[in-house]
Design a protein around this ligand. Sequence first.
Ligand code: ADP
Length: 492
Amino acid sequence: MNTYHAHIGGRPFAAEAGAIMTTFAATNAATGAHLADIARCGAAEIDAAVAAARRALPAWKATTYETRSALLNRLADALEAQAPRLARIDAQDIGRRLAETLIDYQIAVAQYRYFAGAILTHEGHGRPIPDGYLIAKREPIGVVGQIIPWNVPAIMVALKVAPALAAGNTIVLKPDENASLSTLEFAAIAARIFPPGVVNVVPGFGEEAGAALTRHPGVAKLAFTGSAEVGRIIGHAGAERLVPVSLELGGKSPNIVFPDIEDIGAVVDNALFAAMYCNGQSCLAGTRLFVHDDIYRPFTEALAGAAARIRVGDPLAADTRLSCLVSERQGARVLDYIGLGKAEGARLLAGGERVRVPGCEAGCFVRPTIFEARNDMRIAQEEIFGPVLSVIRWRDHDAMLREANDVRYGLAAGIYTAGLENAMRTADALEAGSVWINHYFNLNSGSPFGGVKESGIGREHCHETLNLYSHVKSITVQNRVSAPQFVPPGQV
Ligand code: ADP
């Protein structure tokens, strides 16, 4: 039977002789088949991983940008070569369809290549001062503790690991307990490329390994992606030790349809893609669809028809368009929200029920579900993380914008209109980290990704991310020792 251990100091971590290693099971989300056992790590393994990362830090910090860039490119090549195998592991582990998890690896590989390039231009700045020079240089922060969720493991690892390594930090990463396998495989690949201790991966539960990592005194920065609730806990842990924290949290993103769209069918496809990709288990999902009154009927009829045609099935089948939720627990949560929507008086336009898929009896498959809702309903305010879309009818532009912004989150937004000025004015008015015009989810390497309000702090996926993983140090040089003065003449 396959047992995955933590990866610490470049190799699988064996518990001390005589210590009892507890494990937890990874199961196939669709079939329920046992996939592997995973070490259930806690404070001892986190301690060992932080120690390994600290030992590796001085030498890694001293590497040139060119060396880091070359190694990140090698990692990208290795992942690209293994993507079919790894994508299959993810599809089985989390129940997402294989076609999507393959795309995850394309995006992940692009991230490593992006930061391999970006680090070469991560420059500080400098300027002459009287009789000397000011240098502001970028330095790595140290050992970074990173905690990720289960929905898109390959992308989550890449968003965290690529900029942190590029900037010269060493890493202790905790994957999610629902999706650890591909990240532990990643650790073994990274161990063949990076010096021991530069990348350490410690699996386990949030309250155990996760909590131990966030409070460890050897960790100099925390980076987290997940729910706003846990984000708050991580923020407190960072505040306690005064270490910087970057957070990428939930979303309830508006997707806005104007009456001047030229092709209803194309926008319907985009709106469904925005809500159903990843089986709706994406923080970026466009889950509040604002449709203008003038086109409301034909639009919602086309939307409900297209949703009903989405083929729900086995994650590994080529013709599947929507597969199962990550776990029975997540499925129960989504079904509870569907019940809540009905109880709140939202009108069901499509779906709303669980589907049984032959051969995948353990999976929780939920039909693409569309409600006609009001923005103040809980189904339109809370992150459901499943294939559930709330359609909200609008007429007045200002009132619609107020509603679009009337939510605790601010991660993303979509706009569909033929009018450029209208699109730009609307984009300016939306409280969101990313706004997509006439498309959704389009994250090219280098486009900043992150949220405002309760969606988080900091931007990933872009050059600026290197600043999240580095400090600026200012060094001033005077050519010779002269009479002491606070500010040189002419400088005030
Ligand atoms: P989701 O709602 O997407 O499952 P969570 O916020 O619950 O996201 O979990 C995301 C990550 O945070 C997981 O790796 C989980 O183990 C970790 N986690 C959960 N609780 C804690 C905690 N108290 N301290 C540190 N990490 C935690």
